[in-house]
Design a protein around this ligand. Sequence first.
Ligand code: DP6
Length: 326
Amino acid sequence: MAKATALAPSNIAFIKYWGKRDVRLNLPVNGSVSMNLSRLQTITTVEFGDDKKDRVVFDGRNVKSRFYKRVVSHLDRVRKLAGISLRARVATENTFPFGVGIASSASGFAALTLAAASAAGLSLSERELSVLGRRGSGSAARSIPDGYVEWVAGTQDADSYAYSFYPPEYWDICDVVVMVSKRQKAVGSTQGHALARTSPFFRARVRGLPAKLVRLKEALKEKDFSTFGAIVEAEALNMHGVMLTSSPALVYWEPATITVMQRVWLLREGGLESYVTLDAGPTVHVICQKLNARELSRKLSSVRGVVDVVVNRPVDGARIVKKHLF
Ligand code: DP6
Protein backbone atom coordinates (compact mmCIF):
# COMPACT_ATOMS: atom_id res chain seq x y z
CA MET A 1 0.00 0.00 0.00
CA ALA A 2 1.04 3.58 -0.50
CA LYS A 3 3.01 5.55 2.00
CA ALA A 4 1.78 9.03 2.92
CA THR A 5 3.19 11.97 4.86
CA ALA A 6 1.27 14.90 6.28
CA LEU A 7 2.27 18.18 7.90
CA ALA A 8 -0.13 19.78 10.36
CA PRO A 9 0.05 22.96 12.44
CA SER A 10 -0.79 23.30 16.08
CA ASN A 11 -3.44 25.91 16.81
CA ILE A 12 -4.18 28.46 19.51
CA ALA A 13 -7.77 28.72 20.68
CA PHE A 14 -9.25 32.20 21.12
CA ILE A 15 -12.46 30.65 22.47
CA LYS A 16 -11.48 27.50 24.34
CA TYR A 17 -12.66 23.91 24.34
CA TRP A 18 -12.76 22.85 27.99
CA GLY A 19 -15.24 20.13 28.99
CA LYS A 20 -16.77 17.30 26.94
CA ARG A 21 -20.38 16.35 26.52
CA ASP A 22 -19.39 12.92 25.16
CA VAL A 23 -16.04 11.48 26.16
CA ARG A 24 -16.00 8.54 23.73
CA LEU A 25 -16.80 10.70 20.70
CA ASN A 26 -14.91 13.78 21.91
CA LEU A 27 -17.96 16.00 21.54
CA PRO A 28 -17.28 19.37 23.22
CA VAL A 29 -19.64 21.21 25.54
CA ASN A 30 -19.20 24.35 23.42
CA GLY A 31 -17.98 25.58 20.06
CA SER A 32 -14.47 27.06 19.87
CA VAL A 33 -12.41 29.32 17.60
CA SER A 34 -8.69 29.14 16.81
CA MET A 35 -5.84 30.12 14.52
CA ASN A 36 -3.27 27.70 13.06
CA LEU A 37 0.35 28.30 14.03
CA SER A 38 3.15 28.52 11.47
CA ARG A 39 6.12 27.36 13.52
CA LEU A 40 4.64 24.70 15.79
CA GLN A 41 4.01 21.77 13.49
CA THR A 42 3.98 17.99 13.37
CA ILE A 43 5.08 15.87 10.43
CA THR A 44 3.90 12.25 10.26
CA THR A 45 4.51 9.40 7.82
CA VAL A 46 2.24 6.34 7.76
CA GLU A 47 2.56 3.12 5.79
CA PHE A 48 0.29 0.08 6.12
CA GLY A 49 1.96 -3.30 5.64
CA ASP A 50 2.32 -6.91 6.77
CA ASP A 51 3.86 -6.32 10.21
CA LYS A 52 2.21 -8.10 13.15
CA LYS A 53 1.87 -4.95 15.26
CA ASP A 54 1.59 -1.22 14.73
CA ARG A 55 4.94 0.46 15.18
CA VAL A 56 5.13 4.10 16.26
CA VAL A 57 8.37 6.06 16.27
CA PHE A 58 8.34 9.54 17.80
CA ASP A 59 11.43 11.72 17.28
CA GLY A 60 13.46 8.62 16.43
CA ARG A 61 12.36 6.54 19.44
CA ASN A 62 9.91 3.64 19.66
CA VAL A 63 6.77 4.71 21.51
CA LYS A 64 5.03 2.35 23.93
CA SER A 65 3.04 3.94 26.80
CA ARG A 66 -0.37 5.60 26.78
CA PHE A 67 0.42 7.67 23.71
CA TYR A 68 1.00 4.44 21.72
CA LYS A 69 -2.47 3.17 22.67
CA ARG A 70 -4.03 6.44 21.61
CA VAL A 71 -2.32 6.25 18.22
CA VAL A 72 -3.37 2.61 17.72
CA SER A 73 -7.01 3.45 18.58
CA HIS A 74 -6.87 6.18 15.99
CA LEU A 75 -5.37 3.88 13.36
CA ASP A 76 -8.22 1.45 14.17
CA ARG A 77 -10.73 4.15 13.25
CA VAL A 78 -8.98 4.66 9.91
CA ARG A 79 -8.76 0.88 9.28
CA LYS A 80 -12.45 0.53 10.00
CA LEU A 81 -13.35 3.28 7.53
CA ALA A 82 -11.06 1.82 4.87
CA GLY A 83 -12.09 -1.81 5.51
CA ILE A 84 -8.50 -2.98 6.04
CA SER A 85 -6.77 -4.85 8.83
CA LEU A 86 -3.12 -4.19 7.94
CA ARG A 87 -0.82 -2.90 10.67
CA ALA A 88 0.93 0.44 10.26
CA ARG A 89 4.38 1.88 10.55
CA VAL A 90 4.18 5.44 11.86
CA ALA A 91 6.97 7.98 12.29
CA THR A 92 6.29 11.40 13.71
CA GLU A 93 8.29 14.50 14.56
CA ASN A 94 7.40 17.78 16.23
CA THR A 95 9.10 21.10 15.74
CA PHE A 96 8.48 21.96 19.40
CA PRO A 97 8.71 20.29 22.85
CA PHE A 98 5.96 17.92 23.89
CA GLY A 99 3.38 18.60 26.61
CA VAL A 100 4.00 22.21 27.54
CA GLY A 101 0.60 23.67 26.74
CA ILE A 102 1.01 24.21 23.03
CA ALA A 103 -1.55 21.62 22.01
CA SER A 104 0.83 18.99 20.64
CA SER A 105 -2.13 16.62 20.39
CA ALA A 106 -3.80 19.01 17.93
CA SER A 107 -1.03 18.96 15.34
CA GLY A 108 -0.16 15.35 16.16
CA PHE A 109 -3.61 13.91 15.57
CA ALA A 110 -4.32 16.17 12.60
CA ALA A 111 -1.14 14.98 10.87
CA LEU A 112 -1.83 11.34 11.81
CA THR A 113 -5.41 11.58 10.52
CA LEU A 114 -4.45 12.96 7.13
CA ALA A 115 -1.41 10.70 6.64
CA ALA A 116 -3.20 7.53 7.76
CA ALA A 117 -6.37 8.24 5.76
CA SER A 118 -4.31 8.91 2.67
CA ALA A 119 -2.04 5.85 3.16
CA ALA A 120 -5.17 3.72 3.57
CA GLY A 121 -6.48 4.98 0.23
CA LEU A 122 -9.41 6.91 1.68
CA SER A 123 -10.46 10.12 0.02
CA LEU A 124 -12.25 12.12 2.66
CA SER A 125 -13.61 15.66 2.50
CA GLU A 126 -12.11 18.33 4.76
CA ARG A 127 -15.16 18.06 7.00
CA GLU A 128 -14.81 14.26 7.27
CA LEU A 129 -11.11 14.62 8.07
CA SER A 130 -11.94 17.15 10.76
CA VAL A 131 -14.53 14.81 12.31
CA LEU A 132 -12.03 11.95 12.23
CA GLY A 133 -9.24 14.11 13.67
CA ARG A 134 -11.58 15.17 16.49
CA ARG A 135 -11.99 11.53 17.55
CA GLY A 136 -8.21 11.38 18.13
CA SER A 137 -8.03 14.68 20.01
CA GLY A 138 -10.72 17.34 20.08
CA SER A 139 -8.46 20.26 19.23
CA ALA A 140 -7.04 18.32 16.22
CA ALA A 141 -10.37 18.96 14.45
CA ARG A 142 -9.30 22.62 14.24
CA SER A 143 -5.85 21.89 12.73
CA ILE A 144 -7.35 20.42 9.53
CA PRO A 145 -8.90 23.57 7.90
CA ASP A 146 -6.90 26.70 6.94
CA GLY A 147 -6.18 29.88 8.87
CA TYR A 148 -8.91 31.06 11.22
CA VAL A 149 -11.13 28.17 12.22
CA GLU A 150 -14.37 27.52 14.07
CA TRP A 151 -15.21 24.11 15.53
CA VAL A 152 -18.99 23.80 15.72
CA ALA A 153 -19.93 21.80 18.80
CA GLY A 154 -22.67 19.81 17.03
CA THR A 155 -24.82 17.19 18.70
CA GLN A 156 -23.45 13.96 17.23
CA ASP A 157 -20.39 12.52 15.56
CA ALA A 158 -21.01 13.76 12.00
CA ASP A 159 -21.92 17.37 12.80
CA SER A 160 -19.13 18.23 15.25
CA TYR A 161 -16.45 19.52 12.86
CA ALA A 162 -14.27 22.51 12.15
CA TYR A 163 -14.22 24.79 9.11
CA SER A 164 -12.19 27.78 7.99
CA PHE A 165 -13.98 31.13 8.21
CA TYR A 166 -10.99 33.24 7.10
CA PRO A 167 -7.83 32.23 5.22
CA PRO A 168 -4.46 32.84 6.95
CA GLU A 169 -3.76 36.03 5.00
CA TYR A 170 -7.05 37.63 6.13
CA TRP A 171 -5.42 39.31 9.13
CA ASP A 172 -1.71 39.37 10.03
CA ILE A 173 -1.87 38.83 13.74
CA CYS A 174 0.85 36.84 15.48
CA ASP A 175 1.09 34.45 18.39
CA VAL A 176 4.37 35.01 20.20
CA VAL A 177 4.70 31.72 22.08
CA VAL A 178 6.65 32.22 25.31
CA MET A 179 7.80 28.94 26.85
CA VAL A 180 8.76 28.94 30.48
CA SER A 181 9.34 25.21 30.98
CA LYS A 182 10.15 22.28 28.74
CA ARG A 183 9.07 19.71 31.28
CA GLN A 184 6.04 17.58 30.43
CA LYS A 185 2.95 18.68 32.35
CA ALA A 186 1.59 16.45 35.12
CA VAL A 187 -2.09 16.47 34.14
CA GLY A 188 -2.84 16.19 30.43
CA SER A 189 -5.80 18.01 28.91
CA THR A 190 -7.80 14.78 28.41
CA GLN A 191 -7.81 14.24 32.19
CA GLY A 192 -8.38 17.95 32.75
CA HIS A 193 -11.56 18.02 30.62
CA ALA A 194 -13.11 15.46 32.96
CA LEU A 195 -12.62 17.79 35.93
CA ALA A 196 -14.20 20.86 34.34
CA ARG A 197 -17.67 20.09 35.68
CA THR A 198 -16.41 19.89 39.26
CA SER A 199 -15.82 23.65 39.23
CA PRO A 200 -18.67 25.74 40.66
CA PHE A 201 -17.92 28.24 37.90
CA PHE A 202 -18.29 25.82 35.01
CA ARG A 203 -21.99 26.39 34.40
CA ALA A 204 -21.57 30.15 34.44
CA ARG A 205 -18.70 29.83 31.98
CA VAL A 206 -20.74 27.71 29.58
CA ARG A 207 -23.73 30.02 29.82
CA GLY A 208 -21.63 33.01 28.75
CA LEU A 209 -19.87 31.33 25.84
CA PRO A 210 -22.36 31.67 22.94
CA ALA A 211 -22.48 35.46 23.31
CA LYS A 212 -18.70 35.63 23.69
CA LEU A 213 -18.25 33.63 20.50
CA VAL A 214 -20.48 36.05 18.60
CA ARG A 215 -18.58 39.07 19.97
CA LEU A 216 -15.23 37.52 19.07
CA LYS A 217 -16.28 36.77 15.49
CA GLU A 218 -17.64 40.29 15.17
CA ALA A 219 -14.27 41.74 16.32
CA LEU A 220 -12.49 39.51 13.80
CA LYS A 221 -14.81 40.67 11.05
CA GLU A 222 -14.16 44.31 11.92
CA LYS A 223 -10.44 43.63 12.47
CA ASP A 224 -10.87 45.46 15.76
CA PHE A 225 -7.70 44.29 17.50
CA SER A 226 -8.34 45.90 20.91
CA THR A 227 -11.79 44.34 21.30
CA PHE A 228 -10.55 41.04 19.89
CA GLY A 229 -7.57 40.91 22.26
CA ALA A 230 -9.62 41.84 25.32
CA ILE A 231 -12.07 38.99 24.62
CA VAL A 232 -9.24 36.49 24.00
CA GLU A 233 -7.47 37.38 27.24
CA ALA A 234 -10.64 37.35 29.36
CA GLU A 235 -11.63 33.98 27.85
CA ALA A 236 -8.30 32.36 28.76
CA LEU A 237 -8.49 33.65 32.34
CA ASN A 238 -12.09 32.46 32.53
CA MET A 239 -11.03 28.92 31.53
CA HIS A 240 -8.14 28.98 34.00
CA GLY A 241 -10.63 30.14 36.65
CA VAL A 242 -12.51 26.90 36.04
CA MET A 243 -9.27 24.90 36.15
CA LEU A 244 -8.15 26.52 39.42
CA THR A 245 -11.51 25.82 41.07
CA SER A 246 -11.88 22.18 39.94
CA SER A 247 -11.44 19.40 42.46
CA PRO A 248 -8.68 18.50 42.50
CA ALA A 249 -7.50 21.96 41.46
CA LEU A 250 -5.60 22.24 38.20
CA VAL A 251 -2.83 24.79 38.44
CA TYR A 252 -0.98 24.80 35.14
CA TRP A 253 0.97 27.99 35.76
CA GLU A 254 4.56 28.29 36.89
CA PRO A 255 6.02 31.40 38.56
CA ALA A 256 7.43 32.57 35.22
CA THR A 257 3.96 32.26 33.64
CA ILE A 258 2.77 35.08 35.91
CA THR A 259 5.96 37.07 35.41
CA VAL A 260 5.44 36.97 31.63
CA MET A 261 1.76 37.93 31.89
CA GLN A 262 2.60 40.88 34.12
CA ARG A 263 5.29 42.01 31.69
CA VAL A 264 2.80 41.88 28.83
CA TRP A 265 0.34 44.02 30.80
CA LEU A 266 3.07 46.51 31.60
CA LEU A 267 4.16 46.71 27.97
CA ARG A 268 0.53 47.17 26.97
CA GLU A 269 0.18 50.11 29.35
CA GLY A 270 3.24 51.57 27.68
CA GLY A 271 1.58 51.31 24.25
CA LEU A 272 2.90 47.96 22.96
CA GLU A 273 -0.50 46.38 22.49
CA SER A 274 -0.72 42.64 23.11
CA TYR A 275 -2.90 40.18 25.02
CA VAL A 276 -2.24 36.83 26.69
CA THR A 277 -3.90 33.47 26.29
CA LEU A 278 -2.91 30.10 27.76
CA ASP A 279 -3.91 26.48 27.16
CA ALA A 280 -3.48 23.57 29.57
CA GLY A 281 0.12 24.37 30.45
CA PRO A 282 2.51 27.09 31.65
CA THR A 283 3.30 28.47 28.16
CA VAL A 284 2.07 32.01 27.53
CA HIS A 285 0.73 32.83 24.06
CA VAL A 286 1.06 36.55 23.42
CA ILE A 287 -1.33 37.73 20.72
CA CYS A 288 -0.25 40.87 18.86
CA GLN A 289 -0.30 42.56 15.49
CA LYS A 290 2.55 41.68 13.16
CA LEU A 291 4.22 45.07 13.43
CA ASN A 292 4.82 44.50 17.16
CA ALA A 293 5.84 40.82 17.07
CA ARG A 294 9.58 41.26 16.80
CA GLU A 295 9.83 43.83 19.57
CA LEU A 296 7.64 41.75 21.89
CA SER A 297 9.67 38.64 21.14
CA ARG A 298 12.90 40.45 22.01
CA LYS A 299 11.51 41.99 25.20
CA LEU A 300 9.90 38.77 26.44
CA SER A 301 12.99 36.63 25.69
CA SER A 302 14.87 38.41 28.45
CA VAL A 303 12.20 37.87 31.13
CA ARG A 304 13.48 35.68 33.95
CA GLY A 305 12.38 32.03 33.56
CA VAL A 306 11.70 32.21 29.82
CA VAL A 307 13.37 29.31 27.96
CA ASP A 308 12.24 29.90 24.38
CA VAL A 309 10.17 32.32 22.30
CA VAL A 310 8.66 31.39 18.92
CA VAL A 311 6.80 33.89 16.73
CA ASN A 312 3.91 32.34 14.77
CA ARG A 313 1.71 33.72 12.05
CA PRO A 314 -1.57 32.18 10.82
CA VAL A 315 -1.13 29.33 8.29
CA ASP A 316 -3.00 26.72 6.28
CA GLY A 317 -4.20 23.55 7.95
CA ALA A 318 -3.03 19.96 7.51
CA ARG A 319 -1.61 19.04 4.10
CA ILE A 320 0.07 16.17 2.31
CA VAL A 321 3.80 16.62 1.66
CA LYS A 322 6.12 14.66 -0.58
CA LYS A 323 9.10 14.14 1.70
CA HIS A 324 8.66 11.04 3.87
CA LEU A 325 10.25 10.45 7.27
CA PHE A 326 11.24 6.88 6.28
C1 DP6 B 1 -6.95 23.93 26.89
O1 DP6 B 1 -7.83 18.70 22.45
O2 DP6 B 1 -5.92 18.40 24.05
O3 DP6 B 1 -5.96 23.48 24.77
O4 DP6 B 1 -9.80 16.14 23.15
O5 DP6 B 1 -8.91 15.18 25.26
O6 DP6 B 1 -7.40 15.43 23.28
P1 DP6 B 1 -8.59 15.98 24.03
O7 DP6 B 1 -8.17 17.43 24.58
P2 DP6 B 1 -7.39 18.59 23.84
O8 DP6 B 1 -7.87 19.85 24.69
C2 DP6 B 1 -7.40 21.14 24.42
C3 DP6 B 1 -7.77 22.06 25.53
C4 DP6 B 1 -7.19 23.46 25.46
C5 DP6 B 1 -8.18 24.42 24.83
C6 DP6 B 1 -8.33 24.39 23.33
O9 DP6 B 1 -7.37 24.08 22.60
O10 DP6 B 1 -9.43 24.74 22.87
